[in-house]
Design a protein around this ligand. Structure first.
Ligand code: G1P
Length: 289
C-alpha cells in the first residue's frame, strides 16, 4: 500500500468561536502569526514535506482564504512600480506552494465529516495527509516529513503525530492505547476521543497531523456520531489498525495550539523571537513587561 503521498486535507470550515468577535468576518485560519496567516504555516509544512495538492474543506464564508493562495497581479504590479522586489517574492510564494482544491462543508458535523467531504479527491488505496492548522509546529524537519519516514518504515502504515500531556488535560484530545513502544514510536491498538482523565488509556494524545489510508472512509461513510454528537475522525481510525496498521510518532518539535488565545499569543512571541529583525527588541520588550 506504500505510494508517494501527494495530497493533504485541511479541515478549515470551523466557526472559530473562541476568537469572536475577530472571527465574525475574519476566518480563524487567517489570523496572523508573525507575518502570515496560521493556515499558510501549515501549508508550508506540507509543501516542505513533498505534498503537492492542498485540499481545503472550507465554508462559503471564507473566500479570503481562496484569495490568499491565489496570485494577485494587481498587488504585484503595484509593488513592481514601487520597486519593492522582496515583497513581490513574498506575495507570489503562496500560489507556488502547491495546487489548491476547495470543497465546501455545508454544516459543522465534526472533524470526521469534514475529512469525508474530501473523499472524492482521494483514490482507492491512496494514502493521504490530514492537517489541522490550529496546531502550528516548529521543528527542524517538518513533522509531516518525519511521519512519512515512519509510513515508509512500516511498509505503508498509517501514522498519527503524538504528544504527551498531563493526564488532567487528556479530555481535550484523542488519546491512544498502544501495544509496544520503541523510543518515540508506538503501535496503536485503540483510541478514545476526549476521555475523562480517569478513563483515559494513556496520556499520549493525537496532535493535528495524520497520515491515513483510503480505508478510513469505510467507517466515515457510515456517518456515525460519537463524542459531542459529532462525527469524529478518531472513531474512524480504528478501521486502520489491522490493515495497513496504525502507528504513532512522538515527533521532534514544538507545538503551539493556535486554537486558543494563550497558544496563539505564545506562537506569536516564539515566531517573533525567531525573527532576526525583531528578536532583540522583542526580548527587551518582554523583559519590560
Ligand atoms: C481534534 C481531534 C482530536 C485531536 C485534536 C488535536 O479535536 O478531534 O482527536 O486530539 O484535534 O488538536 P479539536 O481540537 O478539534 O476539538
Amino acid at each position: 500500500m506504500e505510494n508517494k503521498i501527494k495530497k493533504a486535507i485541511f479541515p478549515i470550515a470551523g466557526l472559530g468561536s473562541r476568537f469572536l468577535p475577530a472571527t465574525k468576518t475574519l476566518a480563524k485560519e487567517m489570523l496572523i502569526v508573525l507575518d502570515r496567516p496560521i493556515l499558510e504555516w501549515a501549508v508550508i509544512e506540507a509543501s516542505r514535506s513533498g505534498i503537492e495538492e492542498m485540499i481545503f474543506v472550507t465554508s462559503s464564508k471564507k473566500n479570503s482564504i481562496i484569495e490568499h493562495f491565489n496570485r494577485s497581479l494587481e498587488l504585484e504590479n503595484l509593488l513592481k512600480k514601487k520597486k519593492k522586489s522582496s515583497q513581490i517574492i513574498s506575495v507570489q510564494s503562496q500560489s507556488a506552494l502547491g495546487q489548491f482544491t476547495y470543497v465546501i462543508q455545508d454544516e459543522p458535523k465534526g472533524l470526521g465529516h469534514a475529512v469525508w467531504c474530501a473523499k472524492r479527491f482521494i483514490e482507492k488505496n491512496e494514502n493521504f495527509v490530514v492537517i489541522l492548522p490550529d496546531d502550528i509546529i516548529l521543528s527542524k524537519n517538518p513533522v509531516i516529513g518525519q511521519m512519512i519516514e515512519i509510513h515508509k518504515k512500516t511498509g505503508g502504515g498509517s501514522v498519527l503525530a503524538l504528544e504527551k500531556v498531563p493526564k488532567r488535560e487528556v479530555f481535550k484530545y484523542g488519546v491512544i492505547d498502544f501495544h509496544k513502544k520503541s523510543n518515540n514510536f508506538y503501535q496503536i491498538k485503540n483510541l478514545v476521543e476526549k476521555p475523562e482523565p480517569s478513563k483515559a488509556p494513556s496520556n499520549l494524545t493525537v496532535v493535528g497531523r495524520y497520515i491515513l489510508n483510503y480505508k478510513v472512509f469505510d467507517l466515515l461513510d457510515k456517518h456515525k456520531k460519537g463524542h459531542g454528537n459529532e462525527i469524529q475522525l478518531t472513531d474512524s481510525l480504528i478501521s486502520l489498525i489491522k490493515e495497513p496498521g496504525l502507528f504513532g510518532l512522538e515527533f521532534d518539535g514544538n507545538r503551539y495550539d493556535c486554537g486558543n488565545k494563550l497558544g496563539f499569543i505564545e506562537a506569536n512571541v516564539k515566531f517573533g523571537l525567531n525573527d532576526k529583525n525583531i528578536s532583540k527588541d522583542l526580548k527587551k520588550l518582554l523583559k519590560k513587561i
